[in-house]
Design a protein around this ligand. Sequence first.
Ligand code: IMP
Ligand code: MG
Length: 459
Amino acid sequence: MTTRYRVEYALKTHRRDQFIEWVKGLLAVPFVLYSEPTGVFGDGSSVRDMAAEAHRRYAEIMRDVELMIDDHMTRQGQDNAFPSKLGMLVPTAGPFFTRLPLEAAFKYQDRKRYISSRRYVAPSFNDVRLVLNSAQIMAVTGGALQLATFDGDVTLYDDGQSLEPSNPVVPRLLGGAVSDQLQDLLRKNIKIGIVTAAGYTTADRYYERLHGLLDAIAEAPDLDPIQKHNIVIMGGEDNYLFEFSPSSPHRLAPVPRERWLTPEMATWSEADITALLDVAEAALRDCVRTMNLPATILRKDRAVGIVPRDPEVRIARESLEETVLVVQRILEASALGFVANSTTNTTSPNSSSSNTHRRAVSNTTRPKVPFCAFNGGRDVFVDIGDKSWGVTVCQQWFGAGPGRSIKGENTLHVGDQFLSAGANDFKARSVGTTAWIASPAETVELLDELADLMQKKLS
Ligand code: IMP
Ligand code: MG
């Protein structure tokens, strides 16, 4: 690994979303040209004029990007097609599942965030991220959405917390916000998967984390038994499936692997899984030693991680990221594991093309077991498989029979970890559309937006 490579990739690229950065760069031009930082207070009309002009320019740019994505979509999936203009400008932009109404989404977010009225702060990464989320929500409403999958930590509850009243964030959720809205999705016959890295073998541990939601569904008088069964928990990224079971003490029943493993997952042998986790564990131990981390190793049957020795002590973010990158490199070099196809766009390749890609990878490098090494904020875990497999299992579970899985364009995964390395929701981009939120409160807003749009499109 050259120094240049380390600077360009290891130290920078994995902490950037190139597509979002590119859009942000385009919006910076009208900001620089049309913002009026010298305007004085009380000069209302010139500030309003400036905002109107900035709004028009920003909206035009979003419209242009929207059309570029349309063009990109006509070429994606064609083997020998000349690359699209977008593909040339942002080489990491993968194929998209749905078109994205970016102009309309920008106008919606501008009404909420007053982006065009700002004179000192240019359109930011978060502005663009939220515009992309709105565009994706607009694209899947109107009948397309069949499956919504949610990450757990940071998406439904604060990191390491649970859906329970003692959590400072959760009262709002229990007060009706998230649990009500999720019930609302079920009421609309949309299937739900909670796809979390948290890997437990038994139902009681998931009940502990999710009981606020599970109890609310069990007790909802207006959900019929079929609707109540339209939720599954997929734990350990893709390793443990639980179906809803209102009569069992923990509201959940484990589903044996032979009922849900995809044919590709069924080829991952126990011996290869153990060998991969052994190499990962040795690499983690090395990191703990060389960086003198206040951490201990946690080995599970489908994962291995480092967690703080004292829950009160935080391991430095830089050390966690270094650990992820070291372990990832060692595993890739070991020929025991492989990281499935990576993309950095906000939406993602359709499921058939990503499956084709997986097969192509397996033919050329003969990978044994895919894995996901990620920085969980306070810990680092290496899990067998990743969320692309977890979401795929949900698509297959709720699909209408063999070979009729729910498609990527009918799936929305909501998560907080979408940077290209050391983030686990990122992998879901290869099998469905995605929304990138930054907190449980943003998830609530996103669900409000979704419900609102569905209602409008219905009426
Ligand atoms: P997620 O955000 O719901 O995907 O959960 C990620 C968090 O789950 C990690 O940051 C860990 O703290 C925790 N966790 C617990 N068990 C596991 C495991 O087996 N693998 C990965 N993460 C785990
Ligand atoms: Mg998370």
